[in-house]
Design a protein around this ligand. Sequence first.
Ligand code: ADP
Length: 439
Amino acid sequence: MYLGTSTVTLYKRLLLVLIASGLIGWLFGIFWPAIAISSVALLIWHYHHLVQLVHWLWQSKSINPPQASGTWGRIYDGLYHLLNKQRKKQKQLRHRIRQFRDGAEALPDAAVVLSTDFIIEWSNKKAQNLLGVVCPNDVGQRVDNLIRNPEFSQVLTNYEFDTPFHIDSPMKEDTRLELRMMLYGADQYLMIARDVSKLNRLETMRRDFVANVSHELKTPLTVMRGYVEMIQQTGDDFDEHWMNVFGTIEGQVTRMDRLVEQLLILSKVENNSTYDDTHLVNLSELVEGLIKDSQWLNQEKGHTITSEIAPNIFIFGLDTELKSACSNLISNAIAYTPDSGNIVVSLQFVKQSNGVGVKFSVKDDGTGIKPEHINRITERFYRIDKSRSRNTGGSGLGLAIVKHVLQHHNAELVINSQWGQGSEFSIVFASSSVEQVEQ
Ligand code: ADP
């Protein structure tokens, strides 16, 4: 409670004491000594309360201030009021922290709060099981001193926090973790680690299943095709109706064979997720070869295929995969461009912010793609016009293969297309994938 005491009142009181003591002194003929004695007494009284205040602030364990009257009583009341307000705030804060910690403990994931220098500030119990980070023992340590993993250290060094990243759990064998780092408050990071081993196992099972089924289908299809071709060659024994039937069977078996082939390539590319940065592929030669093949394949549709290929472009990676990606883009351009269209294949160095990259592009003046399809055409089995795709022998897997190949070649697929005017599909290799030569 604030009891207002104005400066004027204080001076009035001081004056009253001095006048009273002066009067008494004057009566006894000791005016000045009386004034001096009362001033000293007043000073002693204030010093006494000051000493009491210092003692209470620094030594006393009691939260109640010393009892006093007058001005000092009001000072103590004010301090007590301030202390109570502070205690209430602290209690609220403690409650909030407890709520946050309970929430973080209830998370199914490991959570670690880090400073901007990646020093551990707090972690929940799951962080102990999955990451080996123990709170409060490890508070104050750099997180990469505890989680010793080269991929993790690289992510921290390069601040690559836009997408989740994966590491093996340092605590549990066969446990794969998905880690996310997000800015938290003004100067902290929240690191969330989730056990994704089960998901990974399911994904591996799915991939193995597709690979095994495709592999198993390959032999019966080859046998069937062999027999149908044999029958077609000894065609004299069958009338025209049956020859048409065998022709259809042969067409469908070829289509299925191509689909199985594409599925096998996709499984292979998916299973091989590592980036080979030791093997150099002469992309210029590879693309020249593909263009020669396509001229031959293209005879029926009569497109004009022109090329602008810079010589001696070398890319780190796998030639089988790069060949598959580039040939898919060329064969798509041939398939989706009407007869006598124009196709331009180019391979050039391009300037990038951190060096020289490479751009491989296939431009056609074919059907083009409506904007709403562009984001989805790299999904497996996504075809814009199913019947048209079927006629062109498309499986809907070509661009999915391209996307997967690019994922482990530090490259990205850029699609520019105008409905009714044509498309340009480009593969842009980052400078880190390109053997740098003097320009
Ligand atoms: P598909 O085997 O059916 O060609 P892709 O994955 O290679 O499968 O392509 C997916 C779809 O993208 C195709 O069905 C087609 O509609 C479209 N597409 C791909 N390339 C082109 C292109 N150059 N011009 C127009 N459409 C294209």
